[in-house]
Design a protein around this ligand. Structure first.
Ligand code: GDP
Ligand code: MG
Length: 318
């Protein structure tokens, strides 16, 4: 018996040391109609706010990068403007960002809002997903708002429309389903080394982020008409007291298209502008980890959405 055992062990291959599985990495674009929760999803995965959120359409105007790094690898996410038909020059450039996101990349997350019925807009997005030829995961969002049975109906419906690599129900708001989603993303990505340093979060410049946080608060404090007509330009970025006092001084201008809009943003005795400033400063301080003095101004600039210089300043260059 003893000999046999020895003979067996002689022909067995040497035990393979338990190695960590190879790391994965890749580019993943999040696409879907406006308001389905794309930006909320990205922030939830990263546990850091890189993309601003509102209940108004067309909040996200450019492609926002967010890098998620773990021991098993790195995912470079791109949040995109909501899929819609272009009108203004601003919209045309936003749509271009969506098309850029569809080209190349390793994976698409096609996000839908489970509370919204399937309509033309969803069909349009679905056609973009199909046409891209890129592997896609269907992410069914806002499941916190509906009953379970409804999710199954939606899964069934989409299964017949496209061959998704996976279908995952989530709530980007509560974080429900995030782990399953991130697991799925890693399983679908190719093996590869880290693409960026492990603490790299976004390629969005600090100035851009500051302007975005201000814009988010403007959207939060105003109604439907303003989202399309508001832009924020950073005019002063003073780091001279950063070393000594950890204080950053920022001045920014909120652009609107009409006097009436200017009055709305400023509010009675400047109250609304003050609230916008306080909330935006808070977010900028969290994002940058320094104290911020934020000065805000409101300016009327008719037709800025067709002004190439301003669009360039907003990062919406060709
Ligand atoms: P985007 O236009 O696709 O980027 O959508 P946003 O991330 O800006 O979110 C649009 C709105 O939907 C915001 O008011 C979010 O708070 C809300 N929202 C996003 N995800 C969820 C979710 O899972 N559940 C609920 N109840 N609301 C959500
Ligand atoms: Mg968004």
């Amino acid at each position: 018996m003893a000999r046999k055992k020895q003979a067996d062990s002689e022909i067995q291959p040497a035990p393979v040391p338990a190695e960590a599985p190879a790391r994965k990495s890749g580019f993943v674009s999040i696409i879907g109609r406006t308001n389905v929760g794309k930006s909320t999803l990205l922030n939830q995965i990263l546990r850091h706010k890189v993309s601003i959120i509102s209940d108004k359409p067309q909040t996200t105007r450019t492609r926002i990068m967010g890098v998620h790094t773990e021991a098993r690898g790195q995912v470079v996410f791109f949040d995109t403007p909501g899929v819609h038909k272009p009108g203004h020059e601003l919209n045309r450039r936003m749509v271009q960002h969506i098309h850029d996101a569809l080209q190349g990349g390793d994976l698409l997350l096609h996000l839908i809002d489970v509370t919204q019925p399937f309509g033309q807009g969803e069909q349009f997005t679905l056609d973009l997903v199909k046409g891209s030829g890129v592997k896609a995961v269907l992410v069914i969002n806002k499941i916190d708002l509906i009953r379970k049975g409804k999710i199954l109906e939606v899964i069934d419906h989409y299964r017949q429309m496209h061959e998704y690599a996976a279908i995952i129900p989530v709530s980007a708001l509560t974080g429900d389903g995030m782990e399953e989603l991130v697991d799925e993303v890693f399983s679908l990505l190719p093996e590869g080394d880290l693409l960026y340093d492990e603490d790299y979060l976004t390629n969005c410049p600090d100035r851009f982020m500051a302007a975005e946080f201000v814009r988010e608060k403007v959207l939060r404090h105003t109604r439907q008409e303003l989202p399309f007509t508001t832009a924020v330009l950073v005019e002063l970025w003073d780091e001279s007291r950063l070393e000594t006092d950890k204080l950053l001084r920022i001045e920014a201008t909120i652009l609107v298209e009409r006097d009436s809009q200017k009055a709305i943003i400023i509010g009675r005795q400047g109250q609304k502008l003050k609230e916008i400033g306080t909330e935006a400063r808070h977010d900028i301080e969290i994002h940058l980890g320094v104290h911020v003095f934020l000065g805000l101004f409101v300016k009327v600039k008719e037709n800025w959405r067709n002004n190439p210089t301003i669009l360039q300043q907003l990062g919406l260059q060709q």
